[in-house]
Write a protein that binds this ligand. Structure first.
Ligand code: F6R
Length: 642
């Protein structure tokens, strides 16, 4: 059978992980890769092949292009191909999907700036072949401009290829919910969720333009070939709705179900909610029941039937696509095994219980006093995500070190920084304090924080971290700030992980020689700081794996502020009493610059302590619903075996 790509005349095979046949639930062809990097390279190869094929026929290649975090790696690869493999863009004509309104070209947040920074400045495309909607137009000029934009696409022969990302509202381009199937290029008011998602880049939602010019749905649908990119768990729900749901203006991306040559290229995170991945037993009766899958299915079955594990019957299994499991064991055995497995994840001794039988505990009893590193990507992830466990580790006498990987300076507001600079100036007037005050007061949309301002902001966060961990009883000598260089760009966009970053992380592990490492295993945002920090740890572990002390080192992953592990994945669940919940709350309160409408709120307007409490309570409730003991709250960890 020919792949869709081959039908398109481009002989590239995507090699997805797992099965990818369209199932009865899926209405859009999709391929899932373990890694967005590999996936992006494949997409870049498809685009390059198309450009070359058109060159061979002496024709122009008309590309519709997207901005945002999703296509960045594709553009990087196209630039690499241009520089190293001689890929020429002389026959390429581009039309970008959208631009904010109003928006100046030289504003760092403009899509004009983005496209030049990531692609156009580095390849041999003729400037007159670049088309990006103009965000500087006067209101009375926009309608004619939009009509002309669509006309121009047609005049150039139509879009040969359209690259898309997808917003959490289901927007493609900026076609927000309510967009009509026949819509052309036009002005649109951005959805609140889109404004929230854009807020970090604009340093606050109030700075995000409310409107944009976007190519219409019909413009996008007219493309001969469409590839939509989706990375990370944050996209998983909207990807599921788009691929499996009904076509609806409320989820504009569902219109793509009608396109004849469209592929969604996803990573495992973005594809994780698709029925064939989340509940494969519902689509495949000949499934191989691994232990992981069995746990996942039983937890799901309890949710579905609203029963505890030990109350599940053969009929429950049979009625819900899990009869294959019963072929090997009856429900009684399955239930007991699963119950015990979960029971053994619960421990009040996250560093191991001294002098106890540890054969069915998550952690080893020995050594009784462990050296522990808690890695925290930002200066508050430690207390937000594992404040209760942190507290217990100290209380139970372990040698705990907390290691803050980045300075977190970008997340301190100018108002906070100004307040500290003014206090400093009032106490002891200095040139430095005055420079900081001047620099903040003179800041505009396209300027960065000066080095001094960034230093002050980093110091504010350090002070807050000290306050929080002192409150938990940790000595200052056990607190380490790495200020990893990849983070220190002064902008939202960070550098890639460098050798220097890895060396710094490696050095602290080698120095402390830990028995336990706790790290943020946050995979929700594949481009985010947490992922880069985790990569630095993984690479360091890899380099240190032959050291003898590493044989005794266990790595536990917690999740950042946004998500929690699924119950079936959890390997250590640390219960918290109501008073420990309060203690954790007060530790989070110490991070004052991150309270009350912080800049990097994401889609959840609650403060971090509220989210943490809700999430820890939720984990405890889920354990209770499965028939295990009922605690006030629980923190959860998964062991990483390297
Ligand atoms: C960008 C665009 C948007 C983005 C979407 C996803 O030109 O039109 O539809 O593709 O908002 O953005 P990221 O990739 O940043 O998640």
């Amino acid at each position: 059978m020919k792949t869709i790509l081959e039908k398109n005349g481009v002989n590239i095979r995507y090699k997805p992980v797992g099965q990818f046949e369209e199932t009865r639930f899926e209405k859009i062809h999709n391929v899932i890769f373990t890694d967005s990097n590999q996936a992006s390279i494949k997409v870049a190869e498809e685009i390059a092949a198309l450009i070359r094929k058109k060159q061979g026929a002496n024709k122009n290649c008309v590309l519709g292009l997207a901005t945002g975090s999703s296509p960045i790696r594709v553009y990087e690869e196209l630039v690499r191909m241009h520089k190293e493999d001689g890929l020429s863009f002389h026959n390429v004509i581009t039309f970008n999907l959208d631009e904010y309104l109003p928006m100046e070209k030289d504003n760092r947040q403009s899509y004009w700036y983005f496209m030049h920074e990531h692609l156009f400045n580095h390849v041999n495309i003729a400037p007159e072949n670049i088309h990006i909607p103009d965000g500087t137009l006067a209101p009375n000029k926009v309608i004619d401009y939009c009509i002309a934009y669509d006309e121009k696409i047609k005049k150039k022969g139509g879009l040969d290829f359209q690259l898309l990302g997808i917003g959490r509202t289901g927007h493609i381009g900026f076609n927000e919910p309510g967009s009509h199937y026949n819509s052309g290029t036009r002005v649109i008011t951005l959805d609140h969720i889109t404004l929230l998602d854009a807020a970090p880049a604009f340093l606050g939602i109030d700075n995000v333009p409310r409107k944009a010019i976007t190519m219409g749905i019909s413009t996008v649908m007219s493309a001969k070939r469409i590839v939509l990119l989706g990375w990370g768990e944050n996209k998983a729900n909207i990807i599921k709705k788009t691929i499996e749901g009904k076509i609806s203006p409320q989820v504009p991306a569902t219109y793509l179900q009608d396109h004849k040559n469209c592929t969604f290229v996803l990573d495992t995170g973005a594809g994780s909610q698709l029925t064939r991945n989340k509940t494969p037993w519902l689509v495949d009766e000949s499934l191989e029941w691994t232990e992981t899958l069995t746990s996942k299915a039983i937890v799901w079955l309890c949710d579905e039937t609203k029963k505890s594990i030990l109350s599940l019957t053969d009929k429950d299994y049979n009625d819900n696509g899990m009869s294959g499991l019963l072929a090997m064991e009856d429900s009684y055995d399955l239930n007991i095994k699963m119950f015990n497995k979960l029971q053994h994840t619960i421990t009040g001794w996250p560093g191991g219980k001294p002098n106890a039988d540890d054969s069915s505990r998550p952690e080893r009893a020995k050594p009784a006093r462990k050296r522990v590193i808690i890695f925290s990507p930002h200066p508050d992830d430690d207390v937000i995500s594992m404040g209760g466990t942190f507290d217990r580790l100290i209380e139970q006498g372990h040698d705990v070190h907390v290691v803050y990987q980045t300075s977190g300076n970008i997340a301190v507001s100018d108002t906070d920084a100004l307040r500290y600079a003014e206090i400093s100036k009032r106490i002891a007037p200095s040139e430095e304090a005055q420079n900081i005050i001047d620099s903040i007061e003179q800041k505009n949309d396209s300027s960065f924080d000066s080095l001094e301002v960034r230093k002050l902001k980093g110091n504010i966060r350090q002070g807050e971290s000290y306050a929080a961990v002192r409150y938990l009883g940790l000595e200052d000598s056990k607190v380490h700030f790495l200020n990893l260089p990849f983070y220190e760009t002064g902008t939202i966009k960070k550098n890639n992980l460098s050798e220097k970053d890895i060396e710094i992380v490696q050095a602290i592990i080698a120095d402390i020689k830990p028995h336990q490492i706790f790290a943020a295993g946050d995979l929700a945002d594949p481009h985010g700081t947490h992922k880069v920090c985790l990569d630095a740890i993984f690479e360091s572990l890899n380099r240190l794996k032959t050291e003898s002390y590493m044989d005794d080192c266990w790595v536990w992953l917690y999740r950042g502020a946004w998500h929690e592990w699924d119950v079936d994945e959890i390997e250590m669940a640390v219960p918290m009493s109501p008073s420990q919940v309060l203690k954790k709350r007060y530790a989070i309160f110490c991070h004052q610059s991150q309270k009350d409408g912080v800049m990097f709120q994401g889609d959840d307007s609650r403060e971090f302590w509220m989210r943490a409490e809700e999430r820890n309570k939720n984990t405890a409730e889920r354990y209770r619903a499965l028939g295990l003991s009922h605690y006030a709250a629980m923190e959860a960890f998964v062991r990483y075996k390297f």
